[in-house]
Write a protein that binds this ligand. Structure first.
Ligand code: FA5
Length: 348
């Protein structure tokens, strides 16, 4: 048989064999067999050296044609097999779009965050800035610049988690007073800010105390700010958050960084003022401390206390949340129990 006939035979046989392949592996094997270095075509080509110079290019070009046709046929078959596999896969993976979907669980702001958001909205509406400060704080800002030098007895009012001698977990948001006064340019106008955040104290947990809780600091510094401005602002907050159901009382108090100082109490939600375990039988729950900023605090922050003065307050949103929703134990807010937290869902 001539080499050309042998090549024709190989072509026909190859095309025939391709028809019966149905898997990618099988097809690949056949491709290697037909076109590979050890395949029959290569073998035929090796025999070309025995041909006459006239025959050689004719057979050579025919051999190339055979290779090309086989390659084309292999590609076409590969395409067919891929298509078939895809159809089978699609058939298997059919989805029933009429089935009801699985509802995705939606998150929700924590109830205390909801209270903070409300407070922020209220104060933003009155032209205050909302700022945040570090929870790991310097003793200098947390105490010293708040008129509480080292060894001052009033440091005992806030039992502290110290990290080093000079670094601590802030016990209050009041350090933000010093931090903002230091930076404020009073030639550009008054300073009005609130600063919400988490604070830490070595308090023993009980129904109204947690060792980690929230505060919102408030500070207004300008010329001619009076105690009446403070009282009006605090009453506005109480009524905005609780409506008129509750009474607010201001009690003289002591803070080293304000003079005079007050504490604000709100009628106990649990007993309506009669006295119960939640309010320690006083009928009132203390929600904030406040007062007129002490001249020493102004001076230490570089503010001229002969010209400027103002008020500051530190309120406890955890206590606000207890009052607003009648929660009788502050510890519930920190247990991460979804059954409890979902009661305050905003999803309606
Ligand atoms: C202060 O922390 C002062 N920095 C507040 C202040 C700011 C006074 C500016 C004057 C000027 P006091 O320790 O009372 O004060 O805490 C303020 C509020 O935080 C309390 O009224 C209460 O609502 C809340 N609070 C205090 N301790 C706890 C606690 N352990 N758990 C939950 N809330 C607390």
């Amino acid at each position: 048989m001539s080499l050309k006939d042998r090549l024709s035979e190989l072509l026909n046989q190859g095309l025939e064999d391709l028809k019966s392949t149905s898997e990618q592996d099988e097809l690949n094997e056949l491709r290697v067999h037909l076109l590979g270095k050890k395949g029959p075509i290569t073998k035929v080509l090796r025999g070309m050296k025995d041909l006459s110079p006239e025959e050689r290019p004719v057979v050579g070009s025919f051999a190339n044609e055979v290779r090309d046709r086989l390659q084309e046929a292999i590609d076409a078959r590969k395409e067919e097999i891929d298509q078939k596999l895809l159809t089978v896969k699609l058939e298997k993976e059919k989805i029933d779009v009429t089935l009801p979907g699985k509802p995705a669980a939606r998150g929700n702001a924590h109830v205390i965050q909801q209270i903070i958001d409300q407070i922020e909205d209220l104060f933003l509406g009155m032209g205050y800035q909302v700022l945040s400060g570090p929870e790991v704080e310097e003793d200098r800002y947390n105490f010293e610049m708040m008129n509480l030098p080292k060894d001052h007895p009033a440091r005992d009012m806030q039992d502290t988690f110290y990290i080093t001698k000079d670094i601590l977990m802030r016990t209050q948001t009041s350090p933000m007073q010093a931090r903002t006064m230091e930076k404020h340019d009073f030639s550009k106008g008054p300073l009005k800010m609130i600063s919400p955040g988490v604070v830490y104290r070595r308090d023993t947990d009980d129904p109204t105390h947690s060792h980690q809780f929230h505060q919102v600091e408030g500070l207004v510094i300008d010329k001619h700010v009076t105690m009446a401005d403070l009282k009006g602002t605090l009453e506005l907050v109480a009524h905005e958050l609780f409506g008129d159901r509750f009474d607010v009382r201001l009690r003289p108090s002591y803070f080293p960084f304000t003079e005079p100082s007050v504490e604000a109490d709100i009628t106990c939600f649990n007993c309506g003022g009669k006295g119960c375990a939640v309010c320690k039988h006083t009928g009132w729950i203390e929600v904030l401390g406040a007062g007129m900023v002490h001249p020493n605090v102004l001076k230490m922050a570089g503010v001229d206390s002969d010209i400027y003065g103002g008020f500051a307050f530190g309120l406890g949103p955890d206590r606000f949340a207890m009052l607003k929703y009648g929660v009788d134990d502050i510890r519930n807010f920190y247990l991460d129990d979804e059954r409890f937290l979902n009661q305050f869902s905003m999803k309606g």
